[in-house]
Design a protein around this ligand. Sequence first.
Ligand code: IPM
Ligand code: MG
Length: 353
Amino acid sequence: MNLRIAVLPGDGIGPEISKQGTDVLSAICQRFGHEVTYDYAICGAEAIDQVGDPFPEASFQTCMNADAVLFSAIGDPRYDNDPTATVRPEQGLLAMRKRLGLFANIRPIQTFPSLLHNSPLKDDIVRDADFICIRELTGGLYFGEKYQDEERAYDTNVYTRREIERILHVAYAYARRRRKHLTVVDKANILASSRLWRKVAQEIAQQYTDVTTDFMYVDNASMRMIQEPRFFDVIVTENTFGDILTDEASCITGSMGLLPSASTGEHTPLFEPIHGSWPQAKGLNIANPLAQILSVAMLLEHFGLNSEGTLVRQAVDASLEANVRTPEIQVEGGPHYGTREVGQWIVNYILSH
Ligand code: IPM
Ligand code: MG
């Protein structure tokens, strides 16, 4: 296969983990006889510095012309504590999602047997937890009308029937391929937008009677997720709830640095870690590249390259078992590895298996 990949390293630790992602992808292509080309593009704070726009038109075109986007992270502390900034790096990420029509963000949560003790939760609670959170990505508070003056501010949580229907169909397709259990998470006791979600979901459920559908309020879901994570198979929820719940869910796996995601929709699909740009770690070679590398596995699987994806996952499992780990999940007294060394170990594994 010929793969043309738009690479958007972004800010903070982005460039360091991006390099490990492309090295792993190149190794897979070499090993399985595929062709891959990379087109690099700027986004985020880097793009604001260079051209004053966090997602410039040229970067959008690079994404549109690619088969897939490999994105890393956006964000810069220069903007975090400056509520007056009118152009912010995160706007680049939102523009990227919106312009590429990436309405479905797939965030798988799984545990690694060798990392059970890294979770702040008890081993027997997290063992075998395995679910997918499907987060609606182009609607809701993130994109609704906003207003702010000195005394008053609001964001609007807008959803249309069409937006809810299409994400539900994606969620049901995943549920059908898995344990056939879909949990729709909302706040229908309070929010009108959630009541429309629930109404539409009840209707769509009639088309998927082979799947068990249940409904859960988001406050309850956030508790259930750490109390009994094995309850969940597929979760579908709106943009903001999905953002919050998936950070919480990363505690089940044990590190934010382990969770990949895929965003799909109308145009080029995009693969990215769920974590942010961790500016404090920039250049220190300590960021975990596994979320990015597992995003490469999701990219390969998206194109039906399942043996390729499986080999990436095997290499990641093997690295964890061999204690080839970045500092945040290193075993006490264990060997020290950095971002580059973990990536290189995985590349070598791929080339020799
Ligand atoms: C995520 C991130 C982003 C979001 C930020 C960086 C804008 O937290 O992908 O979960 O809120 O969607
Ligand atoms: Mg988030």
